[in-house]
Every structure is written in structure tokens, then in C-alpha cells.
Design a protein around this ligand. Structure first.
Ligand SMILES: [Zn+2]
Length: 476
């Protein structure tokens, strides 16, 4: 079965073909770390998490990058007001972002490059564009991209030429630019930039990078360095980034390399609250922190988000969250029942219903990542499975085989509440793992080893992975 994805560039759902399978390079525009990210930002990150997990389910080797924007106008202004450096100002919000990510059970990306750590790559990219005649220094000393000199500007956003017409947008740097469409690649340093530590030396003048430049430079630097390529398989982000951000990323990257920057552009739609788009201005922002404080189970929130296709607007309401919570609960209950029916047996014989589930799940996901249809298939299966378990129709081996498939699918969606799958043993092991972590943190390795031996005596093996300690129960 072919995986088909909607490509914003072609405006079509097309077969997904990575440059060099099984490798897939996936770049997602990450947060600007100047405040706590709101749930709308995280809808985009959950969409890219789902995409990555499904690609992995299909056997791809996914290399994921998400940038952290830690220098831009808003950050500089806020850092100035707080009387701190941009570094200090952004550190705590970067930290908060990672906490929110973990809470929402989003798999960590391979890399989280920070803009300020890649200034040299940005400078090199600006030099390349200057050399190629695609950029120029304005009267104010800033460097601008010359949109008129780049063939194919507007291909991604397909904006009407009238909207791109010179003079259509007016801003303070208007008089330094040759064309109103031109955008800043490098902004000449102001006194405030110097005060908050947001100015760097460059051959074309001391200053700081423009926001659009950051993503082009970092994406290219990471894939060039690792794989010797200059084309991403997938670039994802929120739909509000199509123009001008992604349009400008294409112009900068392709202008410099002469190669296609991205094979497939994917954009997630907005999240609405009570029918309106979230904005700080209207005071209807909801952060992931708020969800946590209200005790919302992350599995419920994931379920809610995946119940709407990523290309459709999602309306967040209490009723929808309640329904999602109930759904997640039912999955947890089934998983627990299956565990009891399997009673530690090895998989033996795959029931027909499971094959159907797997087929329906893949069919839905192959159709441009239709998580709503995938969830519908899962809930059809929940009804059937509960009936089979009522009838005692599955042997322990069959129940174990069901668990295998069920867990593999849940590994993609991550919508089973964690606390609910815990029986007494699980709770005990979780507590022991925490105790062992505390011991290790305190440097008491003897105590940590003693805990490992203690659980081993009960048939539990611990394995330390980059995502934390995992445990398995030995058969028999
Ligand atoms: Zn970006």
C-alpha cells in the first residue's frame, strides 16, 4: 500500500517518495521561545509527531529536526524590557517547551538547533546570496533578499500577483528596500540588539539574522553535514507559515543551492477555541501548562487533536475533550482486558479481526494521514474485541498476538492513558524505576544496582534508553 500525502507545493495528494529510502528527512518549524507555547502551536507539533511515528511504523528511518527560534524582534524587545540577555531570556522557555513536549508524549526530534548556535551558517548563506546577485545591502546597512531576481517566487503560496505587487506592504524598513516584496536576511545591529547580546560580526556588517534565514540555514547545514544533500524530504509547519515564511525559505535555499529545497511541503491547520482562532490579542490563548494544571490527560488531548484531520480546522471545546477522554479510557480498558486474557503467554495465532484492524488502520493513514479514519477503525475493533473477550473466543496466545498489533498501532497514536494500563505490578516497577533514578542522580550507584537486582528477582529486566528506562517481563 502506497503512502500518499498532500503536498502544498503541488496542491495534490501524491505518493510519498523520499530521496533515498529508507531515510526520510523531516524538518518542522519549531517554537519561538519567548513565552509558553499555546495549544495551537502544539497542534502543529502533534501533527508532525504523528507523521514521524507513522513513517517509522512503515519502516522508514526518520531524521527529524525542529528549530528553536531564540532571536527575533519580539525576543529582543522582551529581553530588553526584562533587562536580561536573549540567551537568559529564552533558556527558560526552551526548557518549558521540552517539558510540554514530554507531557504531550511527543517523541523528541533528533536535533533541536537553536538559531543563535548557527550564526556562522546564516552568514555563509547570506554571502552566497550576495555573490549570486540575489541579495543586496540596503541604505540602512541591512541585507535584503531581492525577490525580483529570483525566478519562481510565489510558487508555494500561489499568491495573486496583485498581493505581491511592490508597495503592497508598508513597514519601517520600506525606504531601504528596492522592492516592497524584499525581505531582510540580515538586520543591521541596533543599540538594543547590542545590549541584549543579539549582534554578531559579519563581512557585510554587524547585525543579526532575519527570521526566515534561520530555518534555511539550519535545515541545509544539518542535512548537508550528515547526508551530503540539500533537499529535505518533508518540511512541515503551521498553515500560517506558508506565506511569507516558507515562500522565503524556498527563495533563500534554492537561490543559494540551485536545487529543490523540499520534496513535500506539509501544513497543519489552525486550532480554534470556541470557534475563533487563538490569539494573544483576544485573550483566548490556552497553553499546554493550562492543560496540565487542569489535569487533562495527555492521551485525551492527543485523541482530541487526532480526531480531526490535520488539514481541517480543529475546534477545541469542553464537550470534544470529554468525548476524547472517554474514548481514551475505553482503549485503556481494552488493553487491560487483553493483558489479563494473555496472562503472559507468547503470541500464537493471529485472529482475523486483528488483521482487519491493521489493514483498516494503514489504509486510513496512507490516505494523507487520516487519523480520524484510523481512530474509527480502532474503535470498531474495540467493540469487536470486547465481544470476543466476553465470549472467551481468544486463547491466551491469540490475546498476546492481539496485544502485539494493538500496541504497535498505539505506538503511532499514543492515545492510551498511561495510568490506566498500570496494574499493581506496573505501578510497583514504575515506583522502583523512579527510586533507582533518584539513587543514580544522587550518585549512589550501589543503591541503584540493588534496585535493579530487586526487580530482576521478580522477573523484570530494566533497559536504559534515551527516552528513559524501559522494562520487560521475562517469559515464564
Ligand atoms: Zn521555519
Amino acid at each position: 500500500m502506497v503512502l500518499r500525502l498532500y503536498n502544498t507545493l503541488s496542491r495534490r495528494v501524491e505518493p510519498f517518495e523520499p530521496l533515498a529510502p529508507p531515510r526520510v528527512t523531516l524538518y518542522t518549524c519549531g517554537p519561538t521561545v519567548w513565552s509558553y507555547a499555546h495549544v495551537g502551536n502544539f497542534r502543529t507539533f502533534l501533527f508532525s509527531d504523528l507523521l514521524r511515528r507513522y513513517l517509522e511504523y512503515r519502516g522508514y528511518d526518520v531524521f527529524t529536526v525542529m528549530n528553536l527560534t531564540d532571536v527575533d524582534d519580539r525576543i529582543i524587545k522582551a529581553a530588553g524590557e526584562a533587562g536580561t540577555s536573549v540567551r537568559e531570556f529564552t533558556d527558560r522557555f526552551a526548557e518549558a517547551f521540552f517539558e510540554d513536549r514530554d507531557y504531550l508524549r511527543i517523541k523528541p526530534a533528533d536535533l533541536y538547533p537553536r538559531a543563535t548556535a548557527h550564526i556562522e551558517h546564516m552568514i555563509a548563506l547570506v554571502e552566497q546570496l550576495l555573490d549570486r546577485g540575489l541579495a543586496y545591502r540596503g541604505e540602512d546597512g541591512s541585507v535584503y533578499f531581492s525577490v525580483g531576481a529570483f525566478n519562481g517566487y510565489g510558487r508555494l503560496s500561489r499568491l495573486d500577483t496583485r498581493e505581491l505587487k511592490p508597495g503592497a506592504r508598508v513597514s519601517s524598513d520600506e525606504y531601504s528596500k528596492e522592492d516592497a516584496r524584499d525581505f531582510a536576511l540580515w538586520k543591521t545591529a541596533s543599540t538594543l540588539d547590542e545590549t541584549v547580546g543579539a549582534a554578531w560580526d559579519a563581512p557585510f556588517g554587524r547585525g543579526r539574522p532575519g527570521w526566515h534565514l534561520e530555518c534555511s540555514a539550519m535545515a541545509l547545514a544539518e542535512i548537508r553535514g550528515r547526508f551530503g544533500i540539500e533537499t529535505l524530504d518533508i518540511h512541515a509547519g503551521g498553515v500560517d507559515l506558508v506565506f511569507p515564511h516558507h515562500e522565503n525559505e524556498i527563495a533563500q535555499s534554492e537561490g543559494a543551492t540551485g536545487r529543490p529545497f523540499v520534496r513535500c511541503w506539509m501544513h497543519g491547520e489552525f486550532l480554534l477555541i470556541g470557534g475563533t482562532k487563538m490569539s494573544k490579542r483576544f485573550g483566548n490563548t490556552l497553553t499546554v501548562r493550562d492543560l496540565r494544571e487542569e489535569g487533562v490527560d495527555p492521551a485525551s488531548f492527543r485523541m482530541l487533536v487526532f480526531s480531526t484531520h490535520y488539514r481541517q480546522q480543529l475546534n477545541l471545546t469542553d464537550e470534544a475533550l470529554e468525548a476524547a477522554t472517554e474514548g481514551a479510557q475505553r482503549l485503556a480498558e481494552l488493553r487491560e482486558r487483553l493483558g489479563r486474557a494473555a496472562a503472559g503467554a507468547s503470541p500464537d495465532g493471529v485472529p482475523r479481526e486483528v488483521e482487519q484492524l491493521e489493514r483498516a488502520f494503514a489504509e486510513a493513514m496512507n490516505d494523507d494521514l487520516s487519523a480520524p479514519n484510523a481512530l474509527a477503525a480502532v474503535f470498531t475493533f474495540v467493540r469487536v474485541a470486547n465481544r470476543r473477550l466476553d465470549e472467551g473466543a481468544w486463547s491466551a496466545g491469540e490475546a498476546a498476538a492481539v496485544i502485539e498489533t494493538f500496541d504497535r498501532i498505539m505506538e503511532v497514536l499514543e492515545v492510551v492513558p498511561r495510568a490506566e494500563v498500570e496494574d499493581d505490578l506496573t505501578a510497583w516497577v514504575a515506583e522502583r524505576i523512579k527510586a533507582r533514578q533518584r539513587a543514580r542522580k544522587a550518585g549512589d550507584y550501589a543503591a541503584a544496582d540493588a534496585i535493579r537486582d530487586e526487580v530482576a528477582a521478580c522477573g523484570i529486566d530494566l533497559k536504559d534508553t534515551p527516552e528513559g528506562t524501559r522494562w520487560t517481563k521475562r517469559a515464564g
